[in-house]
Design a protein around this ligand. Structure first.
Ligand SMILES: Nc1ncnc2c1ncn2[C@@H]1O[C@H](COP(=O)(O)OP(=O)(O)OP(=O)(O)O)[C@@H](O)[C@H]1O
Length: 274
């Protein structure tokens, strides 16, 4: 059980003596094993939602549950991958990948076969003894993902994980993620600014609008992906399908109106109740 449930979640931040309402009541349920992407204009609260699920922040009102349990802080059931890889620069690739296992008390001998398996899965063989600065951006992000996957979290929370990668590496990582999540079904919350990436990866795409952040619409992709076997085709072929283009265009329209909605809005700084 690893579904994520945001129920009537709000988050207000203190700002300039007032309360800035970043999220208006948001209700969003991500069932066990589903891959949900979130898109929306900058500042609409995507990262805030993800941080709430990660237990790195707490809602002002409402509840956040993962696997049926209220989130009170970070936990081993959830892994977070951010755009910045945050690898440990003084440790080798092998040590970075095995770091979480070591923190859990696993011995080097026990961890070794697992680390070697993930080195191979992420096509990092031959780089186990390299240091992060000796790797390309794509390789560093593969290390960061291996480090998360090796812990077998039930929930993956990814915030623009491929945002800093070049176009070709980004496509390779998208295919990699499809392969990894197909092999070990997981609940994934994935934030991206790319409508193409959201359409290609997600079972459902949540479009948020800003000020305050809210869910504008949820677009189903899973039924088409299954019917047309997207997961078995190269990404460039999928992106040329009429069905893909239709969903992408719909998402663009929704995003545009979400942005317009944001521009129309006045700032939502409310006085703090005394
Ligand atoms: N700790 C904080 N204190 C004050 N305001 C905050 C804090 N964290 C986030 N905010 C504000 O809340 C709003 C939502 O921020 P958030 O980072 O969740 O947006 P986002 O949709 O992820 O943006 P982007 O796409 O640019 O990364 C923004 O206006 C941001 O400035």
């Amino acid at each position: 059980m690893s579904g994520i449930a945001f129920t009537d979640v709000t988050r207000a931040f203190e700002r300039k003596g007032g309360a800035f309402q970043a999220l208006e009541p948001v209700t969003l349920h991500v069932p066990d094993g589903e891959f949900v992407a979130i898109v929306g204009p900058s500042g609409c609260g995507k990262t805030t939602l993800l941080r709430l699920a990660a237990g790195l922040d707490h809602p002002t009102t409402g509840s956040v549950m993962v696997g049926g349990r209220a989130v009170t802080g970070p936990g081993p059931d959830r892994a977070v991958v951010f755009q910045q890889f945050a690898l440990l620069p003084w440790k080798t690739v092998r040590q970075n990948i095995g770091f979480g296992l070591k923190c859990r008390g696993m011995s080097d001998a026990e961890a070794r076969p697992l680390v070697e398996r993930y080195l191979a899965t992420m096509r990092l063989e031959g780089h186990g003894d390299s240091y992060p600065h000796q790797l390309s951006g794509g390789m560093q992000q593969r290390v960061a993902i291996a480090r998360s996957f090796i812990l077998e979290p039930e929930v993956l929370l990814m915030d623009e994980p491929f945002g800093a990668l070049d176009a070709q590496t980004r496509i390779e990582m998208q295919e990699e993620l499809i392969r990894l999540t197909a092999g070990q079904r997981r609940t994934v919350l994935f934030i991206t600014h790319s409508v193409e990436e959201a359409t290609y990866l997600a079972d459902r795409v949540v479009v948020m609008a800003g000020r305050p952040g809210s869910v504008r619409e949820i677009v189903d992709v899973a039924s088409l992906r299954k019917a047309e076997r997207w997961a078995e085709r190269p990404v460039e072929e999928v992106m040329e399908l009429d069905s893909f283009i239709r969903i992408r265009t719909r998402l663009w329209r929704l995003l545009r109106s979400a942005g317009a909605h944001r521009d129309d809005a006045a700032t939502h700084t409310l006085p703090i109740a005394s």
